[in-house]
Design a binder for this molecule. Structure first.
Ligand SMILES: NC(=O)c1ccc[n+]([C@@H]2O[C@H](COP(=O)([O-])OP(=O)(O)OC[C@H]3O[C@@H](n4cnc5c(N)ncnc54)[C@H](OP(=O)(O)O)[C@@H]3O)[C@@H](O)[C@H]2O)c1
Length: 309
C-alpha cells in the first residue's frame, strides 16, 4: 500500500511516499481503508522533531492522526464493528498514522460516522473537534449564557469551537483577521473581533472562558479579559499558575487523547445540524508537501483534507 512516512525529522522534503505492507492488526484493532485523512499542525510539528521528547517514535513513521474510511478487517476481540462499516477516528498518535491506504486502529478509538458527513468532512472532525469539546465542555464546563472568547476562530480548532460553544448556548466572541470576519459570523459567533484593530481589552467585555489556540502574547494578554472565577484553557502552552492566582481565575492546559465518547457527542451535533466541518483545502497523498506548507502558513480557514481513496 501507499504511505507517506518520514525516515528522519526535518522539513517537507522528509515526507516520502513509500510502498509498504498493509498493517497487520491486533485482536482489539480494526483495519480501515482510508478514504480521507486531515492535516493538523501536530503533523508538521512531529515531522520537524519538536515532539521527540514526548513521543519517542521509531522511524520511519506514517504521519496523520485524523481518519475516515471503511472497515476492511476486524480483530478477533472486536464486536462493535463489521467489514463495510463507515467510520472515523482520531487514532493513537504513538502509532502509524492515516496518510496511507490503510490504517490499523484500536476499535475503542473509532465511531461510526454520521450519514450527514461525507468522508472528507468526517476526516476533518476528530482531532480538532475532540480538542474543542474537551477544552470547552469537559474542562471549562461551558454553560448556556456564558461569554466565551475563542482565539483563532477561523482555524481548524477554532471554527469547530465556535459551533460547539453556540450549541451549548454560550455567547461567543471569536477573533480572526479582517478577511475572516464574515466567516466568524457565518459560523455563529455573536461578536467577530479583528485582532489587528487594537487591544482586545478595548474590543471585548469580560468573559467567563478564554479558549487559547495561539499561546505567547495572545495568551499573556488574555488574563485581563476574564471575569473573576473565569477559566483560561490553552492547547498551545501551559498557562502561568502565578498569573491565574493573580487574576483570581482558573487555568488549564490540554493535550488531547483519542475519545470515542467525544466523537459520539460530535456526531450528535452533526445530526442536529449544529456542527459542520469546513474544508478549504483538498490535496492528494502525492501533494502532501503542499498540504503541510498550507498548514504551516498559519492562515488556514477551517481544515485541510487529504483525499486518499
Ligand atoms: N494540545 C492539543 O492537544 C492540541 C490539539 C489541537 C491543536 N493544538 C494546537 O492548537 C493550535 C491551533 O490549531 P489549529 O488546527 O486550529 O491551527 P490552524 O487551523 O492552522 O489555525 C489557523 C488559523 O489561525 C488564525 N490566526 C493566525 N494568527 C492569529 C492571531 N494572531 N489571532 C487570531 N487568529 C489567528 C488564522 O486566522 P487569520 O488568518 O484570520 O488570522 C487561521 O484561520 C496549533 O498550535 C496546534 O498545534 C493543540
Amino acid at each position: 500500500m501507499r504511505a507517506v512516512r518520514i525516515h528522519q525529522y526535518g522539513g517537507t522534503e522528509t515526507l516520502q511516499l513509500d510502498q509498504i505492507d498493509t498493517p497487520t492488526i491486533n485482536a482489539d484493532d480494526i483495519l480501515i481503508n482510508v478514504k480521507a485523512a486531515a492535516i493538523n499542525p501536530v503533523d508538521w510539528k512531529i515531522r520537524e522533531g519538536y515532539l521527540q521528547q514526548f513521543i519517542p517514535y521509531k522511524l520511519p513513521v506514517t504521519l496523520g492522526w485524523d481518519v475516515a474510511g471503511v472497515v476492511t478487517q476486524v480483530g478477533t476481540e472486536v464486536t462493535d464493528f463489521k467489514v463495510g462499516d463507515e467510520v472515523f477516528s482520531r487514532p493513537d498518535i504513538a502509532r502509524d498514522g492515516s496518510y496511507a491506504d490503510y490504517i490499523a486502529v484500536k476499535a475503542s478509538e473509532v465511531v461510526l460516522k454520521s450519514d450527514k458527513l461525507d468522508f472528507a468532512q468526517a476526516a476533518a472532525l476528530p482531532l480538532a473537534g475532540i480538542t474543542a469539546w474537551q477544552c470547552l465542555v469537559d474542562v471549562s464546563q461551558v454553560q448556556a449564557g456564558q461569554r466565551v472568547l475563542i482565539h483563532a476562530g477561523a482555524g481548524g480548532v477554532g471554527h469547530l469551537a465556535i459551533q460547539i460553544a453556540k450549541a451549548k448556548g454560550a455567547f461567543v466572541i471569536a477573533t480572526a483577521s479582517a478577511a475572516n470576519q464574515a466567516l466568524l459570523t457565518e459560523l455563529g459567533a455573536d461578536q467577530a473581533v479583528d485582532y489587528a484593530l487594537g487591544a482586545l481589552t478595548e474590543q471585548v467585555e469580560a468573559v467567563d472562558i478564554v479558549f487559547d489556540t495561539m499561546g505567547g502574547e495572545i495568551q499573556a494578554n488574555s488574563w485581563e479579559l476574564l471575569k473573576a472565577g473565569g477559566m483560561l484553557v490553552s492547547v498551545v502552552e501551559p498557562p502561568s499558575e502565578e498569573k491565574a492566582k493573580q487574576y483570581g481565575v482558573k487555568s488549564a492546559f490540554v493535550f488531547i487523547e483519542p475519545s470515542s465518547r467525544i466523537l459520539t457527542e460530535l456526531n450528535k451535533l452533526v445530526e442536529a445540524d449544529q456542527l459542520t466541518p469546513l474544508i478549504e483545502h483538498r490535496f492528494s497523498l502525492e501533494q502532501i508537501e503542499a498540504a503541510h506548507l498550507q498548514s504551516q502558513s498559519g492562515r488556514t480557514r477551517g481544515k485541510i483534507v487529504i483525499e486518499v481513496n
